[in-house]
Design a protein around this ligand. Structure first.
Ligand code: NDP
Ligand SMILES: O=C(O)C1=N[C@H](C(=O)O)C[C@H](O)C1
Length: 244
């Protein structure tokens, strides 16, 4: 089977440049590179798989155009609320689509480990998620942290109201049913995530540190090759890696 022709949206950005390098290394053809002001529909028409790492505000348009063109889609863009992601996923389900907040293999294992820890340790263990990224990142908390939080909320039968984004003033003693979220920003940090489970007498920390954006780009290439042979539906990187 021939290699899928790739369309990259957000191509001039940090991830866009990494994606182009990864495609070259893997000899995958990039047939269109798109950024603000470009004709997205015309670019999308040229390819088989659209890869979007741009800005959350353009995701709905990207999905609509890719569905209309009947192509496959890989979404890496983050910054959507849980509600928006659910609404947009329903639209994207009309085509084969992988949508993941993080395309690294290590982070996808971290997701599985976070689920196991949240389930085994239970509410005696206070769960907090901490992430750090470079000073240029626009959204917070990161898409990866959002997924870790979603997993912890699912395992503990909690909803979004349990999240505590930072703490200041006099928030009072911590309750069993809250999950803390802390987003640090500075310098050139590529991406670091910790799920912390703290009890009286011990603390478990699960940490992933990315040091090179190539790790996300290579994962996105793997997803693009995989999704081009899938039926319509929204998948995440767990499906691509066989971790589901
Ligand atoms: N899922 C994953 O594994 C990863 C996801 N990401 C996510 O990818 C996204 C991009 O990150 P990064 O590359 O660092 O960001 P950058 O700001 O470096 O790049 C974003 C690119 O998208 C372009 N862009 C913005 N708006 C539009 C638009 N309306 N149409 C087309 N292009 C547009 C920008 O152009 P301009 O500069 O002109 O605005 C820029 O070239 C973020 O959401 C980030 O969180 C990042 C790493 C890994
Ligand atoms: O913006 C970034 O840089 C990153 N974004 C993703 C996220 O929001 O989780 C993934 C990675 O951590 C880098």
């Amino acid at each position: 089977m021939s290699a899928p022709r790739l369309v990259i949206i957000g191509s001039a950005g940090r991830m866009g440049q990494s994606l182009i390098t990864a495609a070259e290394t893997l000899s995958l053809p990039v047939v269109a590179t798109l950024d603000q002001g470009d004709d997205l529909a015309a670019g999308i028409a040229q390819g088989d798989v659209v890869i979007d790492f741009s800005f959350h505000a353009v995701t709905e348009t990207v999905i609509d155009l890719t569905v209309a063109a009947r192509k496959a889609l890989v979404i890496g863009t983050t910054g959507h609320s849980f509600e928006t992601k659910a609404q947009l996923s329903a639209k994207a389900a009309a085509i084969p689509c992988v949508w993941a907040g993080n395309y690294s293999v290590g982070v996808n294992l971290l997701f599985a480990l976070t689920r196991r820890a949240a389930a085994v340790l239970g509410s005696d263990y206070d769960a907090e998620v901490i992430e750090m990224h470079h000073r240029f990142k626009k959204d917070a908390p990161s898409g990866t942290a959002a997924r870790m939080l979603e997993i912890i909320l699912e395992e503990r039968n909690l909803d979004e109201n349990a999240l505590r984004h930072g703490r200041h003033g006099i928030p009072g003693e911590r309750t069993d049913s809250e999950v803390g979220v802390h987003a640090l920003r500075g310098g050139d940090v590529v991406g670091e995530h910790t799920a912390m489970f703290a009890a009286l007498g011990e603390r478990l920390e699960l940490t992933h540190k990315a040091t090179d954006r190539g790790i996300f780009a290579r994962g996105a290439m793997r997803a693009a090759q995989w999704v081009s042979n899938q039926p319509a539906g929204v998948y995440d990187m767990q499906h691509v890696l066989g971790l589901d």
